[in-house]
Design a protein around this ligand. Sequence first.
Ligand code: HEC
Length: 413
Amino acid sequence: MRRFGVICLVSTFFALMHDSAGLPARAALPGLPDEDSRAGHDSPAGEGSDLRGVVEAKLELLTDPPDDSESVRSVIALDEEIHHLLEKLAPKDRPQDGSSKPLLLLAEADLPEATEYLRAVFETSSERRADAAQALALAVRLKPVESEDWQFLVRSLAVVEGPQAVDVMTTLLRFPQRATRGHWIRQVILTGLQLSDTDREVALKLLRHWSGQPRGSKNSPGWSLPEYQQWFANEYPNEPAAELPTEVAGRKWKEASVFRMIQSQVWTPDMEATAIEAFQKANCHQCHKRSELGNHFGPDLTTLGWRRSRKEIVRSLIFPSHELNEEYPAVVVLLADGRQLAGLMAAAGSDRMLIIGSDLKRTEFAKSDVEEIRQQSISNMPDGGLEVLDERQIIALVHWLGSTSGVPRPHIE
Ligand code: HEC
């Protein structure tokens, strides 16, 4: 019967409210391609296979791990070149190891410049984050562990899958550090649920290492994933359940097919008009801002592409409650006149507030009329939001939200 997560003090809540979007600017990292220039490359019909050939030829130049600073620099230069070319190819047409091969070679180099580059790619290229994490995991296995890499590997759990997830989790087991935040424990359970029975063992080992559960000797039998799921629900009652999301029956758009659609194309600036039309048609602008467009009830999506890959964006559109953002809780406000308003809150001037319900209805009230604010642990983002859109609009919308062209780099996490 837990209806409300945290009941918070009205004043604390107001102190946390955000009515402007400005994230602090982040210093550019050295040695990276200019991400802004990566968008806008049209790939005229027929050019795709030529381009793929060019990329494959460049990949063949990469044979041995670099062994001095100069060769590290040339591998980095080649990686940048390859990356720019790959950006012009739809993901489905890219050579499979195109993004990861140069990074894995750099990982083997065991030179500080190489590791620094891998970390920079992780931070600044959301589409390459899983590849960078796999390379960092390899680098860590080849040398004594550094706690800085631990942070990257933990954060990558949200994006790695399959063999990359196994690599990252195997490496995390080498660190004495334990991640005890519910968010990370949940991520390991979710990743484990998607692995085969054999690969799942490493997730179970990591869960045991981090949670200290089940207690007792290390040689005693461990828990299964369902046992960890149950333990998690009791231990972290305010976190969303550690369960994979399920598709709603009868919906036109499903995660896997939408993601395939997205991968069939690259972003080009001429998609922007369609994207903006879709953003408004699906009512995204009622709750989200993107640059000058829309309202700030939910997260500002201007810099989304720096933080989230297209894959993560698709997931949050199809399953809004799968990841809750603690900064934008759904609330119930009790007013002095007895009214109760549920929804998302935003500031409307210095002494007034605005709440938007899940029916998108807005109500304004004075801060001084607020008696109590309760936080709810559900998402206020309606699911099924994409149902009103067609294929062309969804492709444009997701690429537009994920593109970083012309968007300054924000702080990450
Ligand atoms: C009623 C308000 C509302 C509407 C309408 C809405 N969202 Fe959201 N959205 C939210 C909230 C609140 C969150 C924060 C996550 C959470 O707790 O659910 C969110 C999260 C997101 C995220 C994840 C952001 C991040 O930082 O990772 C994306 C992407 C997103 N919304 C896109 C959209 C798009 C695209 C549409 C239109 C199809 C849309 N939203 C419609 C309220 C809304």
